[in-house]
Ligand binder design. Structure first.
Ligand code: ADP
Ligand code: MG
Length: 460
């Protein structure tokens, strides 16, 4: 039961959220607040810092991978033979390089897990002590459509206001919106043609519209840079090439920002593919480039967990830091002979080469899928060990309703990296995202109402 004081706080927080633009549409078009938590995720400060310091080396790694076309082809072309969507993406590759500049706005998602470690004690006679350590475990790195820079920055503002009014614990400052918008503005200016716009590639029925609109509004308010929103099909109809530049509705496009184009549903019309190809043939700065999009595939994540593969891209010192965050990932041919998976299916997540949530298989669904696919289709999937995130209690606010649940939190770090002629010019960490969801929910979309946006509070 909630006390009157708690009820008042919940009502107040929801009204404040709406005032700050933390919004979403319900299926029938009514407005509500985006799901958010009133229990900041509490974590150890040194782990928080360690996580933030991973962004710069991960950015650099992803750039090196995205430039290695042979490496990407080697690992992805065999999958494309059985995965039409990946095949189509690979067909967008053009022989000549038309873009000199690249901007990456990524989000690297993690869980914090507790692992037991045996430690030899200094006592005489020596004994083995078991210590529990909080460790950082990577879920995936999103190179395309890394969402929530606007909504999460606004939620941090809300949490900070509540802290100042003694209604919540203190949270760590978080404002990815500013650096993301600064990076877009820098890229537009760098393109060098005055009055250029940023093209936002969108889905026709976008669920997370306010995150995008908030970002566009900020780009206008801070830099007077206009945005044009188009689906890939509309880009085919309304766009053209002019002296190598992409021109849409008569406006020169300096930067093309993908908030679509990562799922087969965005390509149901043949014209969408042509729209994607038109962008590729132009000199617009793509966020992300096609190579970078491909580098975010689960298959690439899986091969990079191998020390000898990672060693081709980063120094030994960096490799050690990144390897510590990886969870075991397998291909299905490594496991199909062994019967062990049928007893341990709950310890795994099976992932196809897809983005955007709702595509993975958990527990017994993994076994069902394995029985229903052909042997050569197995290579389209990777099998990842399940990360056992540390649970915590959280007050979750979804569509005006408050509920305290046993939850886990996924923490993303936003990263920004800009390169010219394959030379990294700017590389930074831009803040965090926390999504808190009930422990028993496998996938967890914020817009679908499963996950709540959140902030972080630290202890020493
Ligand atoms: P997508 O590209 O669809 O977002 P993810 O790899 O991020 O795919 O997986 C979606 C969700 O599934 C994650 O947000 C997380 O909640 C859960 N998940 C994915 N991998 C793991 C894992 N190894 N352990 C536990 N949960 C996972
Ligand atoms: Mg994800």
């Amino acid at each position: 039961m909630q006390t009157q004081e708690q009820k008042d706080l919940i009502q107040y927080a929801i009204e404040q959220a709406k005032l700050l633009g933390i919004l979403k549409y319900l299926p029938k078009g009514e407005l509500t607040h985006t799901p958010f938590s009133l229990s900041p995720y509490v974590m150890n400060e040194s782990v928080f810092e360690e996580m933030a310091e991973l962004t710069v080396p991960f950015n650099e790694l992803m750039f090196r991978v995205s430039w290695n076309t042979d490496f990407l082809a080697h690992h992805l072309e065999p999958i494309a033979a059985v995965d039409p969507f990946l095949k189509m993406l690979l067909e967008c590759r053009s022989k000549e390089i038309t873009q000199n500049s690249q901007l990456l706005v990524q989000r690297n998602d993690f869980f914090i897990a507790n692992v037991k470690q045996n430690k030899e004690s200094q006592n005489r006679p020596p004994t083995t002590e078991i210590t529990v350590n909080a460790v950082i475990r990577q879920v995936e790195l999103n190179t395309i459509s890394a969402s929530f820079p606007f909504l999460i920055s606004r939620l941090n503002q809300l949490h900070k206001n509540l802290f100042e009014q003694n209604k919540l614990p203190e949270v760590i400052d978080n404002n990815p919106l500013d650096p993301v918008v600064d990076a877009f503005a820098h890229a537009v200016h760098n393109y060098g043609i005055i009055d250029s716009v940023m093209l936002v590639v969108v889905q026709p029925d976008e669920k997370n519209i306010f995150d995008q609109r908030g970002l566009e509004q900020h780009l206008w308010v801070k830099y007077k840079i206009a945005t044009v929103r188009k689906t890939l099909t509309e880009i085919h109809t309304d766009g053209k090439l002019f002296q190598g530049h992409l021109v849409v509705d008569g406006k020169n496009v300096a930067v093309t920002y993908y908030r679509a184009g990562y799922t087969p549903e965005d390509f149901t019309a043949q014209e969408a593919f042509k729209g994607r190809q038109l962008i590729e043939a132009s000199s617009t700065i793509q966020v992300p480039s096609l190579g970078m999009h491909l580098s975010g595939m689960k298959k690439i994540q899986q091969v990079l967990t191998k020390k000898e593969v990672l060693a081709d891209f980063v120094s030994e010192d960096i490799s050690e830091r990144l390897l510590k965050t990886f969870t075991k990932m397998h291909t299905l041919d490594e496991v199909s002979e062994a019967e062990w998976l049928s007893n341990r299916a709950d310890d795994y997540v099976l992932k196809p080469q897809r983005e955007g949530g709702g595509n993975n298989y958990f527990g017994s669904d993994i076994l069902k899928l394995l029985h229903s696919i052909k042997k050569d289709e197995q290579k389209a999937y990777i099998l990842m060990e399940k990360i056992k995130a540390v649970p915590h209690s959280s007050l979750q606010l979804v569509n005006g309703q408050a509920e305290t649940l046993n939850c886990i939190s996924e923490i993303g770090r936003f990263g920004i990296c800009f390169a010219e002629n394959r030379e990294v010019k700017n590389n930074l960490d831009a803040g965090y995202l926390v999504r808190t969801k009930a422990k028993n929910v496998n996938e967890g979309g914020v817009c679908a109402g499963f996950s709540c946006l959140n902030s972080i509070a630290c202890f020493d």
